[in-house]
Design a binder for this molecule. Structure first.
Ligand SMILES: Nc1ncnc2c1ncn2[C@@H]1O[C@H](COP(=O)(O)OP(=O)(O)OP(=O)(O)O)[C@@H](O)[C@H]1O
Ligand code: SF4
Ligand SMILES: [Mg+2]
Length: 326
């Protein structure tokens, strides 16, 4: 494992809505190590996107980071000024969103969008920027890159647009790439190609990749370690190859049964119950209304995230349960 490059500590990000305070991220902690592909997995609404927006410090109103620390190479990003953050965003930590259209401007050509990021952080001539843009398009395997430079986003297919968005994110060789469900909006075959590309780039560039997904199959395929989020807090953290064999949190077990896996044909069992309302979340363990192992203590006491042998779990009963995968 490389050095710790990013550490999220007890992060709380809330949305102050008219209906009440949505505790979207409520005490999330995990580390990211240099060069590793890390997965963040959880059902819809578990706080994956809000966690990544918090790392980039781009949480939209009425959202606010209310406490915690985000330590990037020893410095707390939450203490940086907006000017300082601008030097980190895109240059040190970059993000690719689910929808490539939200990373690309429809009014500008591929070339000018790539130039914009290349020139924002590097002093280069127009010709050098063009060469770099071409190099980036080749890197993300866009055919006929010379011609594609002149294209507008609407002239490209969804898969090509996502490739351009990835090229743009990688333009300044960021330390960390966050990919937030980068394939959800694409056709299945295109999804597989984009995943292949990200895997290839990750290993070639030894990139620190945070792969956000609700798909355990994708976690198995692309990550070495995984953070399982449930209702705004961490349920479990483990090496990917271990979590499939011996999960420690009942939610992880439920998630593994509920999510299709490319490598297995098994009957899917949806997780009973629904995701809690984050304005008024369940007391104690937030998973307790859906957990088959719930006891009185789970309703009364919030389980702490316990760290042991490179793993972490927040469940009162993990030791006695000894859950096993199939
Ligand atoms: N602008 C907002 N205003 C109010 N609540 C919000 C806002 N954005 C997110 N939330 C809430 O924060 C919680 C976490 O949302 P988030 O988008 O991080 O989930 P997610 O894990 O990324 O889900 P998905 O898999 O659907 O992308 C949800 O309950 C959501 O309703
Ligand atoms: S703390 Fe209790 S309710 Fe929560 S996951 Fe563990 S056993 Fe289930
Ligand atoms: Mg999301």
């Amino acid at each position: 494992m490389g050095e710790e490059i990013l550490r999220v500590e007890n992060l709380k990000t809330y949305f102050f809505t008219e209906a009440g305070v949505v505790k979207a991220v409520d005490g999330v902690s995990f580390s990211v190590y240099e060069g590793e592909p890390l997965g963040i997995v959880g059902e819809t609404g578990s706080g994956k996107t809000v966690t990544s927006l918090s790392i980039m410090r781009i949480v939209p109103p009425p959202g606010k980071i209310i406490s915690g620390r985000i330590i990037y190479r020893g410095e707390d990003l939450l203490e940086k000024s907006e000017d300082e953050m601008r030097k980190i965003r895109g240059k040190k930590i970059a993000i690719v969103f689910q929808d490539p259209n939200s990373s690309l401007d429809p009014l500008f050509t591929v070339e000018s969008q790539l130039n914009e990021v290349i020139m924002a952080h590097l002093k280069v001539t127009k010709q050098e920027a063009r060469n770099r843009a071409l190099e980036l398009l080749k890197m993300v395997r866009i055919p006929d890159p010379e011609a594609r430079l002149k294209a507008y986003p609407h002239e490209l297919s969804g898969g090509m647009r996502q490739r351009v968005a990835i090229a743009r994110a990688l333009a300044n060789e960021p330390d960390i790439l966050i990919a937030d469900e980068p394939t959800t909006n694409l056709d299945v075959t295109i999804q597989a190609q984009i995943i292949e590309l990200l895997k290839e780039l990750q290993s070639k560039l030894k990139m620190t990749l945070i792969m956000i997904t609700h798909d355990m199959g994708l976690v198995a395929e692309t990550t070495k370690r995984v953070v399982v989020l449930y209702a705004g807090s961490v349920a479990e953290i483990a090496p990917t190859n271990e979590i499939f064999k011996s999960m420690r949190h009942p939610y992880t077990a439920a998630l593994l049964k509920a999510v299709p896996r490319i490598d297995r044909r098994k009957e899917l069992k949806p997780i009973p119950g629904s995701i809690p309302n984050l304005i008024d979340p369940p007391s104690g363990c937030r998973f307790h209304p859906r957990c088959p192992y719930v006891i009185q203590r789970c309703i009364e006491e919030v389980p702490e995230l316990e760290f042991t042998d490179q793993r972490a779990v927040a469940c009162h009963r993990w030791k006695e349960l000894s859950l096993k995968g199939e």
